[in-house]
Design a protein around this ligand. Structure first.
Ligand code: ADP
Length: 610
């Protein structure tokens, strides 16, 4: 395919000083390079003219009533803070991402779009937007930073919803308590921003960041994302929320429910999670029961750390590796949430395209991966384990001795420290992430195909070789059937593993989109037959995944619907998110349970004819 000649002249990405979603100065040149690389592979135009009527209207809303409602919203928030989505759609890239649609579109780019974006400045303004939505029966969809890449980005599930972009104006770090090792943030605080502020204040604290540092600390935890230090379970390490309910009421959870002295925040809000009575925070994660406007987090006291890589020679070492990891993780000898990857990812994280390694069509054959891996530092191997240990040098040494001895039971395993590997090796970015330094390196594998986008298939399995192998075999078989390279990353804990398969497709190819969609659908179905379910999924697969959690005649979904109808009787907040539909949407054909997504690729609709 022809390369985009203007790639070298792409404008410089914004910095954090310029925009809440920008990059720190320390990463400016890396971001520029990453952008140039991605744009050099891009064959799609920056934007295409909108073919459908704009803006896309919310369901059951006439243009006249929509226009009237927008005038009212502009009067209350200021015209500049209510922007219609009526311009050509631009996918941008990770740092300059859209809040108008799913940049990694699967179905038509104009399908998963909002009608308008609104920018509140405060919790009080969020409350007034929610009241407005109830009055006009217009669905709203909150995003924090909108970088939920691979899971729908900033797109609403119901086309024509009004997106509440919380991050643009609500982006304050409200508090960093160095003694309690905690913070309170608004939705627009990225991992980059929190990290930079802690450095600026010279505090001996770490944040925990996902592979890419541009996401919202609050948004990621709300969607139950993970990172890689000992504080890697983001939701488990949050403490206290401030939430606007779908009727506009304001709630504080945990100890925050008790007023502090003289109107201050409660002094234990960031110290004790459940407080008194039912622990309500959970229902505000991966749901559509509230809009989180503030959230507290625990920060990790800084400590010594040592990252390492272990390689294993054979594909069928997989189950044994998992068996060795389990006791090490249960005994907390493994310091963090380590990652186990297939060797093909050693090729993709170099940032070189698939065509560099294999010019042919289709998947890269195993023997070609083998040949290239032989010339990389990892050598001819099958699996690569990235771990990090924490503490003082003596205890790190003791831990590493135990780990090496455990893995040496797999014949041919090899151990590497970062100092054994070249300066541009991926391990150095893992070492940063695993010590709480947010980076951008993980973007590199997006260069695998031109116009790359990705979907995550993210099932949970027990940390047991037998189970992991069943899920892996399903992935191997179905990726082969649909012609995609398999990129599995396993984030392993003592009792469960997140098996994350990254399906990379070319946004310009309807054929690839159709195959990627069919692959997702079959993976979800086949994993569920064996009893394995996803922890998170793209918006368009939410119904199917929710439908697999159907024990006892869908008792869980019936419970969620009871909550939804009680909290949101008008069904205005993020209808359909995580498969939870309010009663005014149920039974009208909104659910996508089978081939609907695949059939909509290339121009079809995912909305029912109302
Ligand atoms: P990030 O930029 O951290 O990747 P997003 O802002 O896209 O994440 O948030 C991920 C998803 O979580 C969103 O699509 C939205 O459905 C939900 N979400 C994000 N922020 C909030 C919030 N403040 N309140 C409620 N739900 C939220």
């Amino acid at each position: 395919m022809a390369q985009n000649p203007s790639a070298k002249s792409v404008p410089r990405p914004p910095t954090l000083a310029e925009r809440h979603s920008g990059i720190p100065e320390r990463l400016a040149s890396i971001a520029q390079e990453a952008k140039e690389k991605l744009y050099s592979k891009k064959t799609l135009p920056e934007s295409v003219p909108r073919l459908r009527e704009v803006p896309r209207l919310p369901p059951d809303t006439t243009r006249e009533s929509f226009d009237r409602a927008i005038v009212e919203l502009r009067d209350s928030l200021g015209a500049e803070n209510v922007v219609l989505n009526d311009k050509p759609l631009e996918d941008g890239w990770y740092i300059e991402h859209p809040n108008t649609h799913d940049a990694f579109h699967i179905v038509d780019q104009e399908e998963l779009v909002c009608s308008a974006v609104v920018y509140p400045e405060s919790t009080a303004e969020v409350q007034s937007i929610v009241k407005w939505a109830n009055k006009h029966m217009i669905p709203i969809y909150p995003i924090s930073m909108g970088r939920n890449v691979g899971y729908g980005g900033s797109a609403p599930r119901v086309p024509g919803s009004v997106v509440i972009d919380l991050g643009k104006r609500m982006n304050k770090i409200l508090k960093i308590d160095a003694e309690n090792a905690s913070c309170v943030v608004e939705p627009g605080v990225s991992y980059f921003a929190l990290y930079e502020e802690i450095q600026r204040r010279k505090l001996p604290l770490w944040i925990d960041t996902p592979d890419l540092g541009g996401g919202s600390v609050l948004g990621n935890a709300t969607d139950r994302g993970v990172g890689y230090t000992p504080y890697g379970d983001h939701f488990a390490n949050h403490c206290g929320m401030e939430v606007v309910l779908p009727n506009g009421e304001l709630l504080r959870t945990g100890m925050g429910a008790m007023p502090g002295k003289n109107g201050a925040d409660n002094p234990t809000w960031q110290s004790f999670q459940p407080a008194y009575g039912p622990y309500s925070d959970g229902i505000f994660s991966q749901s559509n029961f509230g809009i989180v406007c503030q959230m507290g987090f625990w920060l990790m006291p800084e400590t010594g750390h040592q990252s390492y890589m272990i390689t294993f020679p054979h594909d069928n070492d997989f189950a044994n590796i998992v068996e060795i990891i389990r006791p090490l993780a249960q005994q907390r000898i493994l310091g963090n949430i380590p990652q186990l990857r297939h060797v093909i990812q050693e090729l993709s994280v170099t940032g070189l395209p698939k065509s560099h390694w294999f010019p042919g069509p289709g998947r890269v054959p195993r023997d070609v991966v083998r040949k290239h891996a032989s010339s990389l530092p990892c050598g001819d191997c099958a699996w690569v384990f990235y771990g990090t240990q924490y503490g003082d040098p003596a205890s790190i040494k003791t831990q590493l001795d135990m780990i090496k001895s455990a893995f040496s039971k797999i014949h041919g395993s090899r151990f590497f420290l970062p100092s054994d590997l070249p300066p541009d090796h991926y391990i150095h970015s893992r070492a940063a992430v695993c010590s709480g330094v947010p980076v951008l390196r993980e973007l590199d594998w997006l260069n695998w195909v031109p116009n790359a986008a990705h979907l995550f298939f993210s099932p949970i399995t027990p940390t047991r070789g037998e189970d992991a192998k069943i899920v892996h075999d399903i992935n191997v078989r179905l990726h082969k059937k649909y012609g995609f390279d398999l990129f599995p990353t396993l984030c392993v804990a003592g009792r469960e593993m997140h098996y994350i398969a990254n399906i990379i497709y070319d946004r310009s190819s309807q054929d690839e989109k159709r195959r990627a969609t069919a692959l997702m659908r079959d993976l979800i179905t086949e994993a569920a037959k064996e009893g394995y379910g996803e922890y998170r999924t793209h918006l368009l697969f939410a119904d199917q995944v929710a439908g697999t959690y159907n024990w006892n005649n869908n008792a869980l979904m019936r419970f969620n619907e009871t909550l939804k109808d009680a909290l949101d009787p008008n069904g205005i907040l993020a209808p359909g998110r995580n498969g939870i539909w309010p009663k005014n949407f149920r039974g009208k054909g909104w659910q996508l349970m089978g081939a609907e997504v695949e059939n909509a690729v290339g121009g079809g609709a995912i909305t029912p004819k109302l």
